[in-house]
Design a protein around this ligand. Structure first.
Ligand SMILES: CC(C)(COP(=O)(O)OP(=O)(O)OC[C@H]1O[C@@H](n2cnc3c(N)ncnc32)[C@H](O)[C@@H]1OP(=O)(O)O)[C@@H](O)C(=O)NCCC(=O)NCCS
Length: 414
């Protein structure tokens, strides 16, 4: 058996297959840094090996991968589960420890029936659904394609859960839930829309290294199920149409093509020079273009109620903000950036990896902070300042100048 996705979910599947004495030959993952998982080698080139289980917990990602792979699929069924001989389980599905699947229940393809879930008679679980630990589905319940039933939720007999909907943990579902919503509570009520069914189109302006990183960040957001983006490609005036930026896409045109776009398109400006970011933004006059925030799932906010953010920001992995932090619009936080209490950041700033802003620091517009630079508490920065990599800013800088060193001093270019 082969597993596609070297995730935490894969670890459980490995346990299940081990208990059933099924040999696992290898895993696959596009993250080149993962070489093995639980002593099983992780490969990065897929060569149509079979049979496979897609070992990714996110329902939509499992569907996307299933559409891409052309292979035979296996199943993983833990010996401790109790399954009626009159029930059926589709290819690629995983049935975890201690689950009960009663007579005439039908489990579709690539489903996850998680630890201790109970699926009663004649339930119909459609492809790519996930029934979380200890969830209880009474008789004749229908779960639509890609729906996710949260841990310990209870669904009363005969209820239908719509496609790609989420039922929150611990909910009691007493009436039908429509397609594509998030619903929770007792009784379970629809609270918001879950837009995973219709991925929104997004492009990246900037076909360089930052563009590649932002493309990777978008894939990570999709995998985490936070949002659902279809990356259509890149725009760049300095690269020819068709230039392959990475396996994630190629250049579709420059500013003229972008401004001629007739359909709604979200855009991330992936250019690392603050003034160029602003210039590019100012040249976009097409009302069909919108600028969403692209925020890594690893971004942590200590006090979300006091956190404010504008639009068009790109926040890459492992950034954090504590309390009363305000971030304006069109900034790039390029990874591992720390914002202390009451930090205020304006627009079009770029923070390279490792930048730390101490409490009450204030940042205007179009500033560039080099990797691992530090701004001390209560320092006010205006506009167009550059702080060199590894520098520590201890006094208020003058607009438009470069500061370097510890403590950072104005640097005069000859
Ligand atoms: C339903 C769910 C998807 C909502 O996530 P979300 O949209 O990010 O919601 P938030 O966390 O922002 O919470 C929004 C509000 O809903 C409440 N809420 C969230 N989930 C809830 C739940 N399951 N039951 C009751 N209230 C819930 C929160 O307390 C919060 O209330 P507030 O606005 O008064 O503070 C999520 O909470 C959930 O239950 N996921 C299932 C997790 C699970 O079962 N995992 C199993 C993995 S194997």
């Amino acid at each position: 058996m082969y597993l596609y996705g070297a995730s935490g979910h894969a670890k459980v599947i490995i346990d299940i297959l081990n208990s059933s004495k099924v040999k696992i030959d290898a895993l696959f993952d596009d993250d080149l840094s993962i070489r093995e998982l639980m002593n099983i080698p992780v490969k990065h080139d897929w060569d149509n090996e079979s049979p496979v289980i897609i070992s990714i917990g996110n329902n939509f990602s499992r569907k996307q991968i299933a559409e891409k792979l052309h292979c035979k699929y296996g199943t993983a069924i833990h010996p401790s589960s109790v399954i009626s001989p009159f029930a059926s389980i589709g290819e690629g599905s995983v049935v975890m420890q201690g689950t009960i699947i009663q007579s005439s229940a039908r489990i579709g393809k690539h489903c996850i029936i998680n630890t201790g879930a109970s699926i009663d008679h004649e339930c119909e679980i459609n492809d790519f659904a996930h029934i979380s630990p200890k969830a209880t589905l009474c008789g004749n319940v229908t779960v639509g394609e890609g729906a996710w039933i949260g841990a310990a939720a209870v669904v009363v007999p005969g209820v239908k859960i719509g496609k790609w909907s989420i039922v929150g943990a611990g909910s009691v579902v007493v009436s039908d839930i429509p397609d594509g919503v998030i619903a929770y509570g007792n009784p379970c009520k629809v609270k918001s829309v879950h837009n995973v069914i219709n991925p929104k189109r997004i492009a990246i302006y900037g076909a360089g290294g930052l563009g590649k990183e932002v493309a990777g960040g978008i894939q990570r957001i999709n995998r985490a199920g936070i949002d659902s983006w279809e990356l259509v490609g890149f725009y760049d005036d300095a690269k020819p149409i068709g230039f392959k930026v990475s396996h994630l896409g190629e250049v579709l045109g420059g500013m003229d093509e972008l401004n001629a776009m007739k359909e709604p398109l979200a855009l991330a400006i992936a250019v690392g020079t603050p003034s160029s970011r602003k210039m590019i933004y100012d040249r976009i006059i097409n009302p069909n273009i919108s600028f969403p925030n692209l925020i890594s799932p690893s971004f942590r906010v200590l006090d979300p109620k006091t956190f404010k953010i504008g639009k068009g920001n790109i926040i890459q992995d492992n950034c954090s903000a504590t309390c009363d932090v305000e971030i304006g619009s069109y900034n790039v936080l390029n990874g591992s950036n720390v914002m202390g209490h009451d930090v205020k950041v304006g627009d079009f700033n770029v923070m390279m990896p490792g930048v730390r802003m101490s409490g009450e620091a204030q940042v205007g517009n179009c500033n560039l902070f080099g990797a691992d630079s530090v701004v001390l508490q209560r320092i006010k920065i205006g506009d167009n300042v550059t702080l060199g990599a590894g520098s520590v800013l201890m006094t208020k800088p003058k607009d438009g100048f470069t500061y370097i060193g510890v403590p950072a001093k104005k640097f005069d270019f000859e």
